[in-house]
Design a protein around this ligand. Structure first.
Ligand code: KIV
Length: 274
């Protein structure tokens, strides 16, 4: 490969530099093949702690561990050439102290080769974000509906309506000032997404935060139509993978029962033909 066609991975500062310029395209991924697909068109691949619900059938993200994040992030790294890989810090891995956050964030960076970590929280987490950034760890913040706080919120509810918008604006300003390179804003009114995007200096990446954010992120299994019983308002299905998978399994079962699979083309002869 000549030096001119070596693929350069995007960095946190490249993503930071896209503010107000090119929309930032992000998806989650948890495995090598899905990372390969996402990497063909995404700027940022998030190894989200949504992995617990999406791939492991957990009822929330709270049961996700550091070991799970390390394993999935390594798999994603094997399938990614260009996109920035951001890995979620799971519940309980950063809230206790900035030192605890550094220990776990540095493990994610060293063991997986990711380019940044993401953690949930605004004003309360700003000192931790500053601590990590000063020590060489790029941080993406996450405000609005932060799923690790589902028990405090009493469900996956829209945040920031009415006067509550001031709280989220304060969160956005705090993570910007703390040195985060971007911020995910989840499930807030579109008008608030617009306001925060206009106000802060770092890119906003929305999920259910309207079209005015600097970028968008979706959970890949949601947008590919892997689930039929789960479709939040902010998800658009771009494929029907579940339906196609069910069709394929039904056809396979029918052919096995009818003994039409395997056919001669899938079967080995006793001798190799010359
Ligand atoms: O875990 C995740 O997938 C996320 C996205 C929903 C932003 O945090």
């Amino acid at each position: 490969m000549s030096a001119t066609n070596v693929i350069k991975s995007l960095t946190a500062s490249d993503i930071r530099g896209m503010k107000g310029d090119t929309p930032i395209v992000c998806l989650t991924a948890y495995t090598t093949p899905v990372a390969e697909i996402a990497d063909t068109a995404c700027d940022l691949i998030l190894v989200g702690d949504s992995v617990g619900m999406v791939l492991h059938g957990l009822p929330s993200t709270l049961g996700v561990t550091m070991d799970m994040m390390v394993m999935h992030a390594k798999a994603v790294a094997r399938g990614t050439k260009r996109a920035l890989i951001v890995v979620d810090m799971p519940f309980g891995s950063y809230e206790q102290s900035p030192e605890q956050a550094f220990e776990n964030a540095s493990r994610l960076m060293v063991e997986t080769g990711c380019g940044a970590v993401k953690l949930e929280g605004g004003v309360d987490m700003a000192p931790t974000i500053a601590f990590l950034v000063k020590r060489g760890i790029p941080v993406m913040a996450h405000i609005g509906l932060t799923p690790q706080a589902v028990n405090t919120f009493g469900g996956y509810k829209v945040q920031g309506r009415g006067d509550d918008g001031d709280r989220l604006m304060a969160d956005a300003r705090a993570v910007d000032e703390a040195g985060a390179f971007s911020v995910v804003i989840e499930k807030v009114p579109a008008s608030l997404g617009d306001k925060i995007t206009a106000e802060i200096s770092i890119p906003t990446v929305g999920i259910g935060a309207g079209a005015g954010c600097d970028g968008q992120v979706l959970v890949v299994d949601d947008m590919m139509g892997m689930f039929t019983n789960f479709k939040p308002k902010f998800v658009k299905r771009y494929a029907t993978v579940r339906a196609e998978g069910e069709r394929a399994v039904a056809e396979y079962a029918e052919e096995v029962r009818a003994r039409t699979f395997p056919g001669p083309e899938h079967t080995f002869a006793d001798e190799v033909k010359k």
